[in-house]
Design a binder for this molecule. Structure first.
Ligand SMILES: CC(C)(COP(=O)(O)OP(=O)(O)OC[C@H]1O[C@@H](n2cnc3c(N)ncnc32)[C@H](O)[C@@H]1OP(=O)(O)O)[C@@H](O)C(=O)NCCC(=O)NCCS
Length: 380
């Protein structure tokens, strides 16, 4: 140990891996998936194409896209174990992210090949997780309302099928496209708390299911994926435009944080928030539920004044809350939806990790007492 060991709290600024998957330029506000700009992918690619890209580092041709869509379809149906667990979890009043965490582990329990780390088997598991997580979330939401599980439909895209299974209503073309893009925007984000926790788990040569369950648990916190639900709660607490200033002034005076604002890497603009705001406007034009979307914009404007000069801007969660609200999605599912989409990025990083594994084992600097005399129990 050196005399003055450096400690990097929060691992800020530490590179822990090289990756072909994602590059973020936090100053330019740029997000790149495997060489493709997020603006191009959001405009031109479906979520299935993005999933293929992240797992294979190349966009699919037509046959490859057909094949991955068929694999998604064949992996969507809920297992009997998941259905049973969902019933029990609903009976126990479990929250959606906890239910998802448990159902991910249950998928692993049923897979005899979970420890086969060959790239081809890892892609099978990755597709299974990405395909099945939406069915779990939708099935859980139906069950807690006392409603029957709606089986997946093969004629719908991954995004449209989720909305169908969740709401029992076929989404409009616009709703399906907006949700598809939202999934793409959440699919990958280089290194971050949940991806790191997946990598730590996999680095011990534990399997992909356990690694993804670790990631789901890490995403749950309000400083990470939990922020989108927290944004919705903030909007409902603010309530109307006139209350924005007094509410936010008081919150900031108490040194609390505004959810959906700020990012460790983006210091100017988060391109995902820009894309979501534009999509939100398209949905709002057709929606009777545009109230919170409009309130989000007013809130953004006021925060722009109040936090001027500080690198604090809307992040991806800021507009996801009101966009999902307009799509009719209950607010306590927002983080689970983030997890469904991010499962693709997590598993893509795990494919890289298993191919070039090294046990993650950092150090801690001991600052406690030394050389204490042991006192027998009877004398303490
Ligand atoms: C995302 C986040 C954790 C990144 O934080 P970070 O890079 O570690 O920034 P720090 O915690 O070092 O904060 C730096 C300063 O900005 C302030 N700050 C950061 N985010 C803030 C927010 N959302 N609202 C108000 N102030 C904020 C901090 O209070 C701190 O102020 P100080 O220097 O006066 O103490 C942080 O911005 C945050 O908590 N945001 C809200 C939660 C959220 O939306 N998370 C989703 C991220 S995609």
């Amino acid at each position: 140990m050196t005399n003055n060991p450096e400690i990097s709290l929060g691992l800020e600024g530490i590179n822990i891996a090289s990756t072909n998957l994602c590059r973020i330029d936090g100053v330019a506000g740029e997000l790149i998936y495997a060489g493709y700009n997020i603006y191009d992918l959001a405009k031109n690619a479906t979520f299935e194409e993005v999933a293929y890209l992240l797992w294979n580092l190349d966009l699919p041709d037509q046959d490859q896209l057909k094949e991955i869509k068929e694999t998604f379809q064949s992996e969507r149906v809920l297992s009997e174990l998941n259905r049973h667990l969902i019933r029990e979890l609903v009976n126990g009043n479990a929250r959606p992210m906890r239910a998802l965490e448990i159902c991910v582990i249950a998928l692993g329990a049923l897979d005899q090949n979970s420890s086969d780390f060959s790239p081809s088997n890892l892609k099978v598991i990755a597709t299974r997780l990405a395909a099945r997580m939406p069915t779990v979330v939708a099935g859980f939401h139906r069950a807690r309302q006392g409603l029957d599980y709606i089986p997946p439909r093969d004629d719908l895209s991954h995004a449209a099928n989720f909305l169908w299974m969740l709401l029992g209503k076929e989404p409009s073309e616009l709703e399906a496209r907006v949700f598809d893009v939202a999934m793409t925007l959440h699919a990958e984000h280089e290194m971050n708390a949940s991806t790191f926790s997946a990598i730590v788990t996999a680095s011990t040569q534990s399997d992909m299911y356990s690694a993804i369950a670790s990631a789901v648990g890490t995403l749950k916190g309000p400083l990470h994926g939990g922020a989108n639900t927290a944004v919705y709660e903030l909007l409902t607490k603010i309530g109307d435009e006139a209350s924005i200033k007094p509410y936010i002034d008081e919150l900031l005076d108490r040194k609390e944080r505004v959810m959906g604002i700020g990012h460790r890497i983006y210091r100017t603009t988060d391109p995902r928030a820009v894309i979501l705001e534009a999509l939100g406007e398209e949905v709002a034009e057709e929606s009777e539920e545009r109230f919170y979307f409009d309130l989000s914009r007013k809130l953004r404007d006021y925060l722009g004044e109040r936090l001027a000069g500080r690198p604090l801007y809307p992040n991806v969660d800021f507009f996801s809350a009101s966009v999902y609200n307009m799509l009719g999605i209950p607010s306590d599912l927002y983080t689970a939806i983030f997890a469904m989409a991010r499962s693709v990025g997590w598993t893509a990083h795990l494919i890289e990790q298993y191919a070039n594994n090294r046990l993650v084992r950092p150090n801690a600097v001991y600052v406690g007492e030394e050389s204490k005399d042991f006192i027998p129990l009877a004398q303490r």
